[in-house]
Design a protein around this ligand. Structure first.
Ligand code: SF4
Ligand code: SF4
Length: 211
């Protein structure tokens, strides 16, 4: 078994040598981290030089895993969801469509939406494996915070937006800088720079992907 990957295992005892994982990695992901090595009874799924997946060029996207028909490539944790919720990945502006498996209000797993126009069922490592932990995390911010008397205090969106709007109203031009987010869509980022240039009169626009 190769258990080196943090998200899924490769159990060669179950493998039927169908090569679906190899084709997924080469033809869908375009990485080519795995191939069929050796011949006859010695044939097996392997990385270059027979290294572990973690020591290979594998991106941990899981495209091979979701195509394995026998569970030889299988997530480290599997919990059957009570229902699925369709949504859009929040990690970048591509807009990959996905289904969240949900049970008792927690995300148990994620699969790509085959009908998603941007991704046609595919997901990267962040979308497939990087969402459940932060959504379910107890430290996650779920409401805006306003600093009052040196302490960050939870506030309503109306209160937070009014405060920002009132402060923005006091400054103009080069006094203001706007920082946008790679997690927003291109359309949202376009509107942000429009607000900066046309309304606030500043070219000080930057982006979290550069920081
Ligand atoms: S997880 Fe992605 S990059 Fe790694 S072997 Fe599978 S398809 Fe290739
Ligand atoms: S998809 Fe699964 S069964 Fe097929 S070769 Fe890969 S690991 Fe083996």
């Amino acid at each position: 078994m190769d258990t080196s990957n943090p998200f899924f295992n490769l159990d060669r005892n179950r493998c039927i040598l169908c090569s679906r994982c190899v084709r997924a990695c080469q033809e869908i992901t375009g990485v080519g981290a795995i191939d069929m090595a050796n011949r006859g009874y010695d044939m097996k799924v392997a990385t270059f030089g027979d290294a572990t997946l973690m020591d290979s060029i594998c991106l941990s996207c899981g495209e091979c895993m979701v195509r394995c028909p026998v569970g030889a490539l299988i997530p480290k944790e599997t919990v059957s969801p009570a229902k699925e919720v369709k949504t859009v990945c929040p990690y970048c502006g591509v807009g990959c469509s996905m289904y969240l498996g949900v049970k008792y209000g927690k995300i148990t797993g994620i699969r790509g939406d085959p009908e998603g126009p941007a991704n046609q069922g595919r997901l990267c490592v962040k979308g497939r494996f990087g969402i459940a932990e932060f959504v379910n995390h107890q430290d996650r911010l779920t409401a805006p915070l306003i600093r009052k008397n040196g302490e960050l205090v939870e506030a309503s969106w109306e209160e937070a937006l009014s405060l920002v709007a009132s402060k923005l109203g006091k400054y103009r031009g080069e006094e203001v800088a706007l920082i946008t987010s790679a997690r927003s869509t291109n359309e949202d980022n376009y509107v942000m720079q429009k607000l900066a240039r046309a309304v606030l009169g500043t070219n000080n626009v930057d982006h979290c992907a550069r920081l």
